[in-house]
Structure formats: structure tokens, C-alpha cells
Design a protein around this ligand. Structure first.
Ligand SMILES: *Cc1c(COP(=O)(O)O)cnc(C)c1O
Length: 796
């Protein structure tokens, strides 16, 4: 626990940093000068528990976990750090005394958007939970200069701009000039008396930048270590002096491309040499660092599995298997079998997707050229696996001239996990069916979770205050305590306060949407929210088609007894994902038409704020009444957005997909709006020729909605932007939008009816909150600790 600091002390320290660290006069300091000074003041308070955590881990010779991830979607850090240190009240007073507006200061911080979506946000929640549970851990990632692109709309279409979070410096990071490693690429391998020596043709330096991650209560902090690329050769002074000014800086520029940009591809294979190099850059730097730390404490490599657990977040760092074997064989002289056993003793792999287009593969040609030694080792791993397990050739790691990273990760992992119960079952029966039969004990489930510190306490102070008043503050560290709310779901006074808290959040969001988008959102309407990456399988198309159908019905009967609704969308499309961009365009076109229809405007509004990110999620989710989790069953591995909504008292309309299944089990079927085909029914429909056409022709609402798009009703009479989308909807529809439409539309009308019964709705919302404890990432992390990592919490 941090010593409680007085507001005065905090104020003095902020002024000290403003003056002496930043060299600014308080009279003319800008908002970001203040924000950085505040951040440095808070960082100082994290350093103490950070250093003592490391000291304790070393003193106890503790086993550590290392979380390797190409993405960490962190968001803003300052507000989260303040609440985890327990300094909210003292800081409020300090802000007041300094004449600063807290909201403005917090909002000045750029999001650390080093990730695309759920996978990266999971890594960030895990880092927070690991620290909150006093578990010794490191996160390893890449310090991208440009995180996920900023989205804006021009004429309703997505436009991408480079994101620049480091522009004003990053007060949270500490550059570690001494912690750097050489990373090689390309070149050739020489056999010197049976000893393989790799002579890379290119080399770069990976340099560490550390960010402390403070846990709840401020007792423990871990390190998020991000690697940046730098030139391995010194600046070429000779070329510079000879007048070749640009060429002299070439090696630095090339090295920096490795950590220049985050790939904005959510779930499709990025078949790019640079992407493979980035993955190896992260993995090699992390493994060299892990071995370096291990060898500083121990001298027997056989202890590795007792002291080190490594988690691979998806296959992106799956080159870790061959790289660890290479380091153990080529640098430390171990035999292949020995190195392989040790590697399998430390490595574990989390699968995040079943979508075939998202399973990473590299051509053997590319792998052999970029990482020639690793290509050899991959072949040895594959051959060894064939010899020891008798695996058939159709599940070889190397087949059809491609290296299959999923199979590589599986074969090299001690444990493989899926991220929801349904997903894990599908992993066992589909992508890794044959491997599962050969290794029946390897796959296990760890259903995802989210941290209640950020997603409840920080994002929803109104609800958090009510929870504190009702059941005390301990839910923050032990979310199952929300169970104590169950009886209050029958308590009128509690439900009134719950409604008031939700309404206050809706008013704040409504004000913002009016100001920023010109959308008039009645806080008494249903706030119906779908925020997530734009992807066909997530089916934003289903949602917007329902909006069109509803609009048409209201238009035909404008004096009907409609339940007012505001549909809110948020999300980005991958820049090369043309169809997802068409869906964005359609949503914006439909919004422009519907919002301006005077006959229906009080019943239906559509808002699509641009640039969805973590801080926007923190504003939208607490204001939601309805959470849209409508992916085609079997396609969403888990989802984590769904959990954030449930905790914040939104009811879900959803399919039996990913963690929706478990959310429904926990909150109760009567408190969840279920619709749609089940995962085991999807295949048969998909295989039926003409399934989309038949479903469209059977449903007037859907057929008319598609017809209106085809007539250009939302696009100034020119439907051509939507020809391809319409053609796909009628003739292909691989995600079964048409087949699920009728059930979805009916389910939405049930939502309309349920929402009109305030008492009943609030009761359902209260039960959703009360039963959401399972979806804390603390529970998920405990699962990894018990089943996979076998590490121990440390008393600081
Ligand atoms: C939680 C979160 C996600 C993941 O949302 P899903 O609905 O699970 O896909 C994506 N982006 C941001 C900014 C998030 O906070």
C-alpha cells in the first residue's frame, strides 16, 4: 500500500517536475506540460513498489512468467495508475489547488494504442491483473512509434491517419541503454565440425524501454518491456563527411522500420517480410533477455522450466520455439533433444482464432531466406515430432512449401489454451483435431476476462460509487463479491440509484455526441451499442440492416407506440479490408438519412463516432443499455467487449458464440436476449445452396432493407458503392446474416418491450452486474497460474 500522500505533497511534486524536469514556468505551462508533470509525479510513486517487487522476486528465487505479445492495447495510463495507487481523492484536491481541470488533464494523454483489438487489450488486462495479484511477471512487446491508425470519416468513408503517441514524449517509459541485444536476419549457416554457425547478413539492435505496470492497491508493479530497433553499426561519419548525408543515416533508418508501425491487420495473415522480421525481433530480444536474467541468477540451464514460464499470445511469437532451441544449441552447446525438452518445458501457446485466413503461414522460401538457421531447426522439430508421435503428413509443420505457425506453436508448447469454453472445444475438434488426438492432455481452456479496475472503477465512477455504498469496496480486488448485490435486485431504492447512475452516464455521452457529431440522443432511449473491429464475422451488417428495417416500419406508422432507440457504432476496418470499409460507409450513409427524417427522428437515431479506442470504450460502455454481441456462432473466439458491458449493467443481445455462452450461463438465460443459429447448426446452413437468397425471400423486412440499399436510398440515388456488398449478401453470405436476420429482428422487438418495463429492466441489469464476477481477468490469471505457469504470488 502506498503511503497516503497529502494533496499538498502531490502539488509540490507536480510543481517540482514542471519546473525542474520540464523547465516550464507554471504561469505559461500548457495542458500537456501539466499532464506530463502529473504523470511523472505518479510514476515516482510507482518506482518504489516496482523496485521492491523485483528485489523480492530475486530474493525468493521466484519463478517468473513472461508474456510475449505483438500487441498491448493499453489506452491511457494516468487515470488507471491514480486509482490503483489509491490516490484519487488526494489527486482531486491537488488538481483543485493547482487550478487544473482533472478531466482535461486526463484526456490530454494520448492512448497507448499498441494493438488492434481484443487480443492486444487482453494482454493489457493480463498485465494489470498480474500486478494486482503480486505475481512476478514481465510483458514483452514492441515499442511501435506509430500505434493503431487514427480513423476519421470523409463522405462517410474511413480515412486512416498515422498515430503519433510518442510525439510529446512518453513520461511512463524508462530507456534502458544497457539492456540491448543484437538481432540477426538472413545470411547463411556454416557447418563447422558439426557445429552450426549462423552468419547473419543484417543485424539490428533491440533496445529496451520499460514501463511499470502498477497493480491494485499499489503494492506490486511489474515491467512491460518494449523493444525499439536501432542501428547495430555506428553512424557512418565517413560517408557523412563525404557529403552522403542521407546514406550515412541509412542503417539507423532501416533498423527503426522494425519498430515503426503496428500492422493494422486485425485478423488476416499479413504475408509480409517486415511482419516476419518484427515477430522475430520481439521474440529473439525477449528470449535473449530472459536467458540473460536467468543466467545471472542460476548457472544450470536444466532449471529453466522451474524458473521460467513463457506465454505466447497467439502464434505471432511462435518463432520462440526454434529461437530458444537455437540459443540453447548454438550458443550454449546443448544437444537438440535436450534443448527441445527445455523449450517445451517453458513455452505455452494461446490460440485466438479459428478463422483460416488468420492462421499464420510463411513460405519456406521466405523463412529460409530471412531466418535460415531457424528454417533448419523447424525441419528438425517437424521430423522429431513425426518420429516420436507418428503424426500424419497432413498436419506437418512444413507442408505445401509453407511453415504453419499454429502447428509449430502447438508442437513446441507444454500447454495450448483456447479462450472460452466453446472456442476450446472447437480448437480440439477443428484446427488442432489431429494434434489433439496425439496429445490429448495439451489443450485446455482459460476463458478470457477483463480488469475491473479499468473497466468498472475507472470507467464508471457513478456505478462504482453505488457498489461501494451497497456492498463495500472489496469487489475491486475480488469481483465475485458482486454476488452480494443479488438480493438488492429486488430493492426499489437500489434499483432507483442504479437507474440514476446509468442515466448520468447516458446524459454525459449524449452531450458529447451532440457536441461532436450533432446527433440528438435522448437519454431515455435505449442506448444500443456495437463497438469492436469492423469485420464480416462480427456482423455490423446485420445490425445496420435491422436499423433500416425498423426505420421503414416506424416510417410507415409514425404514430405507433415505438420504443426510442439510439444505435451507436464504433470501430475501425483494416485498411486493406475493402468489404469492411464498405460496411462503414453504409452505416454512415444510413445514419445520415435516418437521423434527418423528421417523421422518425424521435424514435431512431444512429451515431458513429470515429476513432474507436480504449478511451472511447471507457465512455461508451458505461452508458450502454444494450450490448450487441452478434457474431456468427463459432467465429468469435471469446470476445472481451461482451464482458465489459455485462459488468457495467448492459443487457446483451447475442448469439451462442465465444464467451457469450458463459455470460448467459452466469447471468441467467432470462437476463439475456438470445437469438440465432448455434455453432453446430451453422455448417449445415452454409452448405445449403442458395441459403441466403431463400432467407431473404422469406423475410419482407430484410428483402425491403436490401432493396432500399439497391435503390440508392441512402446514397443519393447512386447505389454503386454497394453493388458488391449486395451481391455478396444475396449470393454468398458466408456469415449467415440473412439466415439469422428474422430471429435477430424479433429478439430486438423483445428488447423494445422489455425496456419499457423499467423495474424489470433494472432488475435484469442488476443481476447482470451481480453475476459478472467470473469475467474478471484476475480469475483468468489464476487459471493460468494453476494450470499452466505454476508460479507463486509474493508477499511484497
Ligand atoms: C475490449 C476492446 C476490444 C475487444 O472488443 P470485442 O468486442 O471483444 O471484439 C477492442 N477494442 C477496444 C478498444 C477494446 O477496449
Amino acid at each position: 500500500m502506498t503511503p497516503l500522500l497529502s494533496a499538498q505533497t502531490l502539488q509540490d511534486r507536480i510543481l517540482h517536475h514542471l519546473t525542474y524536469t520540464q523547465g516550464h514556468d507554471p504561469e505559461c505551462a500548457s495542458r500537456s506540460d501539466w499532464r506530463r508533470s502529473v504523470s511523472l509525479t505518479i510514476r515516482d510513486l510507482i518506482v518504489e513498489p516496482w523496485l521492491s517487487a523485483d528485489r523480492a522476486a530475486r530474493a525468493q528465487r521466484a519463478k517468473r512468467v513472461y508474456y510475449l505479445s505483438m500487441e498491448f492495447l493499453i489506452g491511457r495510463i494516468l487515470g488507471d495508475a491514480i486509482i490503483n495507487l489509491g490516490l484519487d481523492e488526494a489527486m482531486d484536491r491537488a488538481f483543485d489547488q493547482l487550478g487544473l481541470d482533472k478531466r482535461e488533464i486526463l484526456d490530454d494523454e494520448p492512448d497507448a494504442a499498441l494493438g488492434n483489438g481484443g487480443l492486444g487489450r487482453l494482454a493489457a488486462c493480463f498485465m494489470e491483473s498480474l500486478a494486482s495479484l503480486n505475481l512476478p511477471a514481465f510483458g514483452y512487446g514492441i515499442r511501435y512509434e506509430h500505434g493503431l491508425f487514427r480513423q476519421s470519416f470523409e463522405a462517410g468513408q474511413q480515412v486512416e491517419q498515422a498515430e503519433d503517441w510518442l510525439e510529446q514524449g512518453n513520461p511512463w517509459e524508462i530507456r534502458r541503454a544497457d539492456d540491448s541485444y543484437l538481432i540477426g536476419f538472413k545470411g547463411h549457416v556454416r557447418d563447422i565440425d558439426g557445429h552450426m554457425v549462423w552468419h547473419p547478413e543484417e543485424q539490428v539492435v533491440a533496445r529496451a524501454y520499460d514501463m511499470p505496470v502498477i497493480g491494485w492497491n499499489g503494492a506490486w508493479a511489474n515491467t512491460l518491456r518494449l523493444w525499439a530497433g536501432h542501428a547495430a553499426t555506428p553512424f557512418d561519419l565517413h560517408r557523412f563527411n563525404a557529403g552522403e548525408h542521407v546514406a550515412a543515416a541509412e542503417s539507423e533508418i532501416l533498423a527503426r522500420t522494425l519498430s515503426r508501425v503496428l500492422y493494422p491487420d486485425d485478423s488476416s495473415e499479413a504475408g509480409k517480410e517486415l511482419r516476419l522480421k518484427q515477430e522475430f525481433f520481439l521474440t529473439s530480444a525477449a528470449l535473449q533477455d530472459i536467458l540473460h536474467r536467468f543466467l545471472a541468477e542460476y548457472d544450470d540451464l536444466d532449471l529453466l522450466p522451474q524458473k521460467v514460464a513463457i506465454q505466447l499470445n497467439d502464434t505471432h511469437p511462435a518463432i520462440a520455439g526454434p529461437e530458444l532451441i537455437r540459443l540453447l544449441m548454438d550458443d550454449h552447446g546443448l544437444a537438440f533433444d535436450h534443448a527441445c525438452d527445455l523449450a517445451r518445458g517453458v513455452l505455452n501457446y494461446t490460440n485466438h482464432t479459428l478463422l483460416p485466413e488468420a492462421l499464420e503461414r510463411w513460405s519456406t522460401w521466405l523463412m529460409g531466406r530471412v531466418l535460415p538457421r531457424h528454417m533448419q531447426i523447424i525441419q528438425m522439430i517437424d521430423e522429431d515430432h513425426r518420429n516420436t508421435s507418428g503424426r500424419p503428413d497432413h498436419i506437418a509443420i512444413v507442408r505445401d512449401d509453407q511453415v504453419h505457425m499454429g502447428e509449430l506453436a502447438f508442437v513446441m508448447a507444454g500447454r495450448v489454451n483456447g479462450v472460452s469454453a466453446l472456442h476450446t472445444d472447437l480448437v480440439k475438434s477443428t484446427v488442432f483435431g489431429d494434434l489433439h488426438r496425439l496429445h490429448p492432455d495439451r489443450i485446455l481452456n482459460q476463458t478470457n476476462g477483463v480488469t475491473p479496475r479499468r473497466w468498472l472503477r475507472l470507467a464508471n465512477p457513478a456505478l462504482s460509487g453505488l457498489l461501494d455504498d451497497s456492498i463495500g469496496p472489496h469487489w475491486t480486488a475480488d469481483l465475485n463479491r458482486l454476488n452480494a448485490l443479488e438480493p438488492m435486485a429486488a430493492d426499489a431504492a437500489f434499483l432507483d440509484r442504479l437507474r440514476a447512475a446509468k442515466r448520468a452516464n447516458k446524459v454525459r455521452l449524449s452531450d458529447g455526441m451532440l457536441r461532436e457529431l450533432g446527433v440528438v440522443a435522448d437519454p431515455d432511449a435505449i442506448f444500443d451499442v456495437q463497438v469492436k473491429r469492423i469485420h464480416e464475422y462480427k456482423r455490423q451488417l446485420l445490425n445496420i440492416l435491422e436499423a433500416i428495417a425498423l426505420w421503414r416500419r416506424i416510417h410507415d406508422d409514425p404514430n405507433g407506440d415505438w420504443t426510442p432507440r439510439v444505435k451507436i457504432f464504433g470501430g475501425k476496418a483494416a485498411p486493406g479490408y475493402w468489404l469492411a470499409k464498405t460496411i462503414i460507409h453504409l452505416i454512415n450513409d444510413v445514419a445520415a438519412t435516418i437521423n434527418n427524417d423528421p417523421a422518425t427522428s424521435k424514435f431512431l437515431q444512429i451515431a458513429y463516432p470515429a476513432n474507436y479506442n480504449v478511451s472511447m470504450a471507457e465512455r461508451l460502455i458505461p452508458a450502454a443499455d444494450l450490448s450487441e454481441q452478434i457474431s456468427t456462432a463459432g467465429k468469435e473466439a471469446s470476445g472481451t467487449g461482451n464482458m465489459k458491458f455485462t459488468m457495467n449493467g448492459a443487457l446483451t443481445i447475442g448469439t451462442l458464440d465465444g464467451a457469450n455462452v458463459e455470460i448467459r450461463e452466469h447471468v441467467g438465460a432470462e437476463n439475456f436476449f438470445l437469438f440465432g443459429l448455434r455453432a453446430d447448426e451453422v455448417g449445415a446452413v452454409m452448405a445449403t445452396p442458395g441459403h441466403a437468397r431463400a432467407a431473404i425471400e422469406a423475410n419482407d423486412d430484410l428483402r425491403n432493407a436490401l432493396q432500399m440499399i439497391a435503390e440508392g436510398r441512402f446514397s443519393g440515388g447512386r447505389p454503386d458503392p454497394y453493388f458488391a456488398l449486395l451481391d455478396r449478401s444475396w449470393n454468398d453470405d458466408p456469415f449467415l446474416v440473412a439466415s439469422d436476420f428474422g430471429d435477430y429482428f424479433d429478439s430486438q422487438r423483445q428488447v423494445d418491450r422489455a425496456f419499457r418495463d423499467h423495474r424489470q429492466w433494472d432488475r435484469m441489469a442488476a443481476l447482470n452486474i451481480a453475476r459478472s464476477g467470473y469475467f474478471s481477468s484476475d480469475r483468468t490469471i489464476r487459471g493460468y497460474v494453476d494450470d499452466i505457469w505454476r508460479i507463486k504470488a509474493i508477499a511484497p
